[in-house]
Design a protein around this ligand. Structure first.
Ligand SMILES: [Zn+2]
Length: 275
């Protein structure tokens, strides 16, 4: 799969049905290069051991032809004598087994990270593969910068920039559904936007810069002028305490991430009583 990977993409196998963002290309590239180095190095060690044993075998039988050939002509006689004595006195080298060539059967994007399905290799290569998978789970699949896993529908790993881009896309989709939208990027901005935009419903992230979703929710619930505002908390999956806390301080509902825009639109429409 990665043969000729340095060529133009269209000339490689990478152009065939390989579904992952460009951000992970360096991880793939590095992994393939590490595996190749490892296999080449192991093969060299093997060749060296076989060659050494041949020389040692001859030397022990009093034939120094291969030994002489293996010694650089510039090496002085004293060194050569010392090496010869060592070889004759020493054991044969253990010959490592060849590493089975690695064949990638499939590379997939799965749960926001890369998954490699392959045959061949050894323990060290399996370690390299696990490392690459773990690296991908922390790198934006669009650009390769530090990213975190999140998602709607399926999990993706994205950096803050690409998360914002995705949020903007979601806002676009909500607009197409006929909603008027205002977006805030932190807790303070959220409160300011509520005051100026006067929304009927608010989707409120728990984790936000400046003020948390809880703080924003509490502030809004303490304000009688915002009594009609519906608040939907967005929480990460499995955070039951977050859900309980959100509802306790006055949120009307919650959505656990990841969620699809379709689900969200249906919920928002139901809460606002629009068809
Ligand atoms: Zn990115």
């Amino acid at each position: 799969m990665m043969v000729n990977r340095h060529k133009d993409m269209q000339e490689t196998c990478m152009c065939w049905g390989f579904a992952c963002g460009d951000g992970w290309f360096n991880i793939l590239n590095q992994l393939m290069s590490n595996i190749q180095h490892h296999i080449d190095w192991k093969e060299k060690q093997r060749e060296y051991a076989i060659e050494y044993n041949k020389i040692a075998h001859q030397c022990k039988e009093g034939n120094f032809e291969l030994f002489e050939k293996s010694m650089d002509s510039a090496v002085n006689q004293e060194y050569k004598n010392k090496r010869l004595a060592e070889i004759i006195a020493g054991d044969f080298r253990a010959v490592p087994e060849s590493i089975p060539q690695v064949t990638l059967d499939q590379v997939k994007e799965k749960f926001g990270t890369l998954r490699f399905y392959y045959t061949g290799g050894d323990d060290e290569i399996s370690g390299m593969v696990r490392m690459a998978e773990s690296w991908a789970s922390k790198s934006c699949e669009e650009c390769g910068n530090v990213g975190k896993r999140s998602g709607e529908g399926w999990v993706r790993t994205l950096c803050d920039f690409h998360i914002a881009e995705r949020e903007a896309l979601r806002a676009e989709q909500m607009k197409k559904e006929g909603f008027e939208i205002a977006v805030a990027n932190d807790g303070d901005e959220a409160l300011a936007k509520v005051a100026s935009f006067k929304p009927n419903l608010m989707l409120l992230d728990v984790m936000m810069p400046k003020k948390s979703g809880f703080e924003v929710c509490e502030a809004l619930r303490a304000d009688p002028a915002r009594a009609g505002l519906k608040i939907v908390m967005l929480t990460a999956k499995g955070r039951d305490t977050e859900v309980a806390k959100g509802l306790a301080i006055g949120a009307d509902a919650y959505v656990t991430k990841p969620f699809s825009t379709k689900e969200l639109v249906a919920m928002v429409k139901a809460m606002l009583g629009v068809a």
